[in-house]
Design a protein around this ligand. Structure first.
Ligand SMILES: Cc1ncc(COP(=O)(O)O)c(C=O)c1O
Length: 454
C-alpha cells in the first residue's frame, strides 16, 4: 500500500485522468442530491475485506457518488455562499495532497509556511493592517471566528483581575450563525446591538448600548461583519472600531464572505475602518477563488493570539527551539488546531500564477453582474428588489407568494438544472436570495431564475 506498485500506478493513472477530466469541465454541471436508498442501491457497500480494483472503485465515485454532490463551482450555483476555485488553485490542491506536508510548525514546513504567510501578508495589506499582523489558515469561517474570539476572551481575561459572572460579546443582529455557536462554545453571552434603519450594525448603536450597560467591562469583544451572509451588508466598521478602541474592547471583523471585495476598487470604500480590526477573517474558499477548505485568520498583535492558543507539551517544545530562528512561525500557535494541511497553498499558487490584478478584475466582474441582476429584479413586472445590493447578494420578492411557492420554485429550478437558488427570510418575510460569486455567472442565468417566478 505504501509503494508505488502496480495498484498504486493504476490508482494514480485513473484518479489523475479523472481529475483532469473534472478540471476541464467548463462549466461544471449543477447535479442533484440523491436519496440514501437510491445511492445504496447503486453504490452498495463499497468497502470489503479483500479490496477492489482501483478503477472499479473510482467508477463508483464518478458514476454514482460525484453526480450526487452539487458542484459549488457551477456558475448556476447561487445558493448559500457558492465557490469558484481557479483551475490553478484546484490542481495545486492535488500537489498539496501528494506532498504530505504537516504545516503545523516552521520546523516541519518552513517552505509551506513561508508561502502561506506571503498570502496572509497580502490580505493584511489589503485590509490596511500593520506589517506585524499575522496568523494562519484554518478550515473555514466558523473555525476562524471561534479562534479569534477565544483569543479576544483570553486577552480580556488577562487584563482583568476578577472574572465577570459571564463574558459577553457585542454583535450585530445579522452576525453569522457561527458567531452564535462560538459564543455557546466559549460560554459567553451575545449582547445583540439592534440594527439601524439601514439594517446595519453601527458605531452609534453600539455606543448607545455600551453607555447604558451596567457592566461594559464584561464585554470581551465586539464582532462586526464585513459582508453579511444573508444580504451582503457591510457593517459600519469605522464607527464600531472607534467605539471599540474608546472602550478598550477587542474588535473582530468577520469578513469571511465579503473580505475578498477589498481588492475591488468599486467596493473598497465600504470597508473603511477594517484597518482597525484586532482580528479579521477572510475565507478564500468563498470569494477568493480557492478550493475548500480555507479561512485566512489574521491578528493585529499575533502575540495575543499565541498566548491564547499555543499548546504546551514537552513533545512540542522542539517546535519552539530558538535554533529555528526569530522568524520561525508556527501556524499551530494562532488557532484551535495542531496538525493542519497547508491549505493556504492553493491560493498562493493561483495568486502567484495569475497576479493580484486578475483577482481584482474577477471580483469587479462579479459585482457588476450582481448590480445588473438587481436592475433586472427592479424592472421585472412580477418581482421586486428587496434592497440595493452592497456586494454580491441580491434579495428579491415575488409579491403574493407564500413559503410553499418559493420552495416549489427552488426545487423546480434545481430539478431542471437551471440554477440552485434558495429562499431566505428578510425582516420575517420569505424572499428569494441569489449570491453571485462565479465570474462566469451571467445575468442571463438570473433572467431564467426570474422567468420561473412568472
Ligand atoms: C460572514 C460569514 N461568516 C462565517 C461563515 C462561516 O464560514 P464556514 O462555512 O467556512 O465555516 C460564513 C459562511 O457562509 C459567512 O458568510
Amino acid at each position: 500500500m505504501h509503494h508505488f506498485d502496480e495498484t498504486a500506478e493504476r490508482a494514480a493513472q485513473a484518479c489523475l485522468d479523472y481529475a483532469l477530466e473534472r478540471l476541464r469541465l467548463d462549466p461544471a454541471p449543477l447535479d442533484h442530491p440523491v436519496p440514501f436508498a437510491d445511492l445504496h442501491a447503486r453504490a452498495g457497500d463499497t468497502i470489503t475485506r479483500a479490496g477492489r480494483p482501483p478503477e472499479d472503485v473510482l467508477r463508483v465515485f464518478v458514476d454514482v457518488l460525484a453526480p450526487a454532490c452539487l458542484s459549488t463551482d457551477s456558475p448556476r450555483y447561487l445558493a448559500f455562499i457558492p465557490a469558484a476555485p481557479t483551475k490553478a488553485s484546484l490542481v495545486f490542491d492535488t500537489v498539496v495532497a501528494a506532498s504530505s506536508i504537516c504545516a503545523t510548525s516552521w520546523l516541519e514546513a518552513s517552505g509551506a509556511v513561508y508561502a502561506e504567510n506571503e498570502v496572509l501578508a497580502y490580505l493584511a495589506a489589503l485590509a490596511g493592517l500593520p506589517a506585524e499582523a499575522g496568523g494562519c489558515f484554518v478550515s473555514g469561517g466558523s473555525a476562524g471566528n471561534l479562534s479569534a474570539l477565544f483569543a479576544a476572551r483570553e486577552s480580556a481575561a488577562a487584563r482583568r483581575a476578577d472574572r465577570p459572572a459571564r463574558w459577553r460579546v457585542a454583535v450585530g443582529e445579522e452576525a453569522h450563525s457561527s458567531i452564535v455557536s462560538t459564543l455557546r462554545i466559549l460560554d459567553c453571552d451575545p449582547l445583540v446591538v439592534p440594527s439601524g434603519a439601514d439594517d446595519r450594525f453601527t458605531g452609534d448603536a453600539l455606543e448607545a448600548v455600551l453607555t447604558n450597560d451596567p457592566d461594559p467591562t464584561s464585554i470581551c469583544a465586539i464582532a462586526a461583519t464585513g459582508g453579511t451572509t444573508n444580504a451582503g451588508i457591510v457593517d459600519d466598521l469605522a464607527g464600531i472600531g472607534s467605539v471599540a478602541r474608546a472602550h478598550g474592547i477587542w474588535f473582530h471583523v468577520d469578513a469571511a464572505y465579503g473580505g475578498a471585495a477589498l481588492c475591488a476598487p468599486s467596493a473598497r470604500r465600504r470597508f473603511a475602518g477594517i484597518e482597525g480590526a484586532d482580528s479579521l477573517i477572510i475565507d478564500p474558499h468563498k470569494w477568493l477563488f480557492a478550493p475548500f477548505d480555507s479561512c485566512a485568520l489574521l491578528y493585529r498583535e499575533p502575540a495575543l493570539a499565541r498566548a491564547a492558543h499555543a499548546q504546551q507539551a514537552s513533545y512540542l517544545d522542539p517546535m519552539r527551539d530558538p535554533a529555528e530562528g526569530d522568524d520561525a512561525w508556527n501556524p499551530a500557535d494562532y488557532a484551535y488546531h495542531l496538525s493542519r494541511r497547508a491549505r493556504g497553498l492553493p491560493l498562493w499558487y493561483s495568486l502567484a500564477v495569475h497576479g493580484t490584478d486578475a483577482y481584482a478584475d474577477a471580483i469587479e466582474a462579479v459585482l457588476e453582474t450582481a448590480r445588473a441582476a438587481a436592475d433586472r429584479a427592479r424592472n421585472a413586472p412580477h418581482v421586486a428588489l428587496v434592497r440595493e445590493p452592497e456586494l454580491s447578494v441580491v434579495l428579491f420578492r415575488r409579491p403574493g407568494w407564500n413559503d410553499d411557492d418559493y420552495a416549489t420554485w427552488s426545487r423546480r429550478l434545481l430539478r431542471d438544472q437551471v440554477a440552485f437558488v434558495l429562499p431566505t427570510k428578510w425582516r420575517g418575510e420569505t424572499v428569494g436570495r441569489a449570491v453571485f460569486l462565479h465570474p462566469d455567472t451571467t445575468v442571463d442565468v438570473f433572467d431564467e431564475v426570474l422567468a420561473a417566478m412568472v
